[in-house]
Design a protein around this ligand. Structure first.
Ligand code: GDP
Ligand code: GDP
Length: 439
């Protein structure tokens, strides 16, 4: 399980700047997709072998209007509750404030691992300014500069060191069985997640099988469908009760993120009767950001008339355009309609994510594409594409080598993506194309 780091502190100390620093590695995938909601409070990052989730409480400031931090705002409290370690950010240029004392008091009472981070410390000659922060009773303040990227790596290491379980867990983890597709059913409350899962587990006579490391009451449910093994992973917002799943009242983005991260394939459910909501778009954005294979299903299709269906298809096209690569299904979990093709898509998506693309084939497709349509000349530059190789899997990355490649247009990149997708029959996985120009 990935550790969760929450950033708290009063407004303007630099939390969102720090958030961006800590989640930078992940932005690469997302940058390629236009139309993705970028209003993020939750992000993912990686340092060395450790991946983590970061929550920025910047958007939900503790009672910013009255200036009183007596009780942290509900959202912030929830973020802190969900965190494994809290980074309390202060502004070393402005010094201590009453608000800082109140936040510190709150964190001390909570007794959760916390670290005091002094931001805006670039160019500070001595530690004199830092001394006053001892008063907060949270130990030494660790100086960083979020804006200039100073001290961030060490800060993350120190934060993760507060979680002794991190390294132990890894050794204990059983070998992964790659033939099993780990499946997360994601979606906001009431879209029909538990109905669908219970339909699967109850009516479709899925064969349960024994798998090392799963216990009877674990959430993970292994089953087999048409010869393919699946494992339903701890699905956000659901709890297992005996043989059936039940929705729990509180929706948690962190749980959703952890479920997505633990999966190979994510089935994102939408509710036909509600259209595409902001929350749907957010969850879709997190899935995209994770790079996981994804299949979309609009549930409660039975409840719409033809006009409603048309409207909905249109709004999916518009609002979830960044998930165009995901197969789209229209289903009714309750009436058991349209469920069969889901399995085919989920299996295909998994296969696509792990697709191996040999250099000769990639290069052939590349050169054929160029022959079919040469990239436009931009000013004096005409990009020259020479060869391609695979730079990664899950999601697949294709690296294209050549000259003047910085002048490749987005439209041309999409054209290439389409050609590669067709050649390798890639369905339901993001595909990332990178250009490497040699001079
Ligand atoms: P938040 O309200 O806590 O999320 O703070 P922001 O991240 O929005 O930053 C508030 C202001 O502080 C912005 O103008 C940032 O550019 C600035 N800032 C953030 N980090 C640093 C830093 O390391 N040094 C300096 N000098 N300014 C910073
Ligand atoms: P969850 O919170 O995502 O697990 O959603 P539930 O499975 O609890 O379903 C929420 C509500 O939607 C329940 O009242 C279900 O009966 C209803 N529902 C689920 N699937 C369908 C469907 O295919 N069609 C219709 N009309 N209602 C459904």
């Amino acid at each position: 399980m990935k550790p969760v780091i929450a950033l708290v502190g009063r407004p303007n100390v630099g939390k969102s700047t720090l958030f961006n620093r800590m989640t930078k590695s992940r932005d690469a995938i997302v940058a390629d997709f236009a139309g993705l909601t970028r209003d993020r409070h939750y992000g993912q990052g990686r340092q060395g072998k450790h991946e983590y989730i970061v929550i920025d409480t910047g958007g939900f400031e503790p009672d910013a209007t009255s200036g009183i931090f007596k009780e942290m705002a509900k959202q912030t409290r929830q973020a802190v509750a969900e965190a494994d370690v809290v980074l309390f950010v202060v502004d070393v240029r402005l010094g201590l404030s009453a608000q800082d004392h109140e936040i510190a008091g709150y964190l001390r009472r909570l007794g959760k691992p916390a670290m005091l981070v002094g931001n805006k410390a670039e160019g500070m000659k001595d530690g004199g300014q830092l001394a006053e922060f001892y008063e907060l009773g949270l130990g030494e303040v660790f100086p960083v500069s979020a804006a200039h990227g100073q001290g961030i790596r060490t800060m993350i290491d120190m934060a993760l060191e507060k979680l002794p379980w991190l390294n132990q867990d890894e050794d204990a983890e059983p070998e992964e069985d790659e033939s099993v597709i780990k499946l997360a059913v994601a979606g906001r409350p009431n879209v029909g997640k538990s109905t669908l899962i219970n339909t699967w587990l109850g009516e479709e006579r899925l064969v349960a099988f024994d798998m090392a490391g799963t216990t009877r009451d674990a959430i993970a449910v292994p089953f087999e469908k048409s010869g393919q093994k699946f494992q339903l992973i701890d699905t956000a917002g659901l709890r297992r009760k005996g043989r059936v799943f039940e929705a729990i009242e509180k929706f948690s983005v962190v749980k959703t993120l952890q479920a997505i991260e633990g999966a190979n394939v994510v089935l994102l459910l939408l509710d036909a009767t509600q259209g595409v909501t902001d929350q749907d778009a957010h969850i879709a954005g997190y899935i995209l950001e994770s790079g996981r294979a994804v299949v979309l299903a609009v549930n409660k299709w039975d409840a719409l008339d033809d006009y409603g269906r048309q409207m909905l298809e249109r709004s999916i096209e518009l609002r979830l355009s960044f998930l165009k690569f995901a197969p789209l299904h229209f289903i009714s979990a309750k009436k058991r309609q349209g469920l069969g093709p889901l399995w085919t898509s989920m299996t295909q998506a998994h296969k696509s994510a792990l697709c191996k693309m040999p250099t000769p084939v990639l290069t052939r497709v590349l050169l054929e594409s160029v022959q079919y349509q040469t990239p436009k000349k931009i000013g004096p530059y005409r990009p020259k594409l020479r060869y391609a190789h695979q730079g990664g899997m899950n999601p697949p990355v294709i690296v294209i080598h050549g000259n003047s490649l910085e002048h490749i247009t987005d439209a041309y990149k999409r054209f290439l993506e389409g050609r590669f997708r067709k050649e390798f029959n890639l369905i339901g996985t993001p595909l990332r194309i990178e250009f490497k120009t040699s001079h």
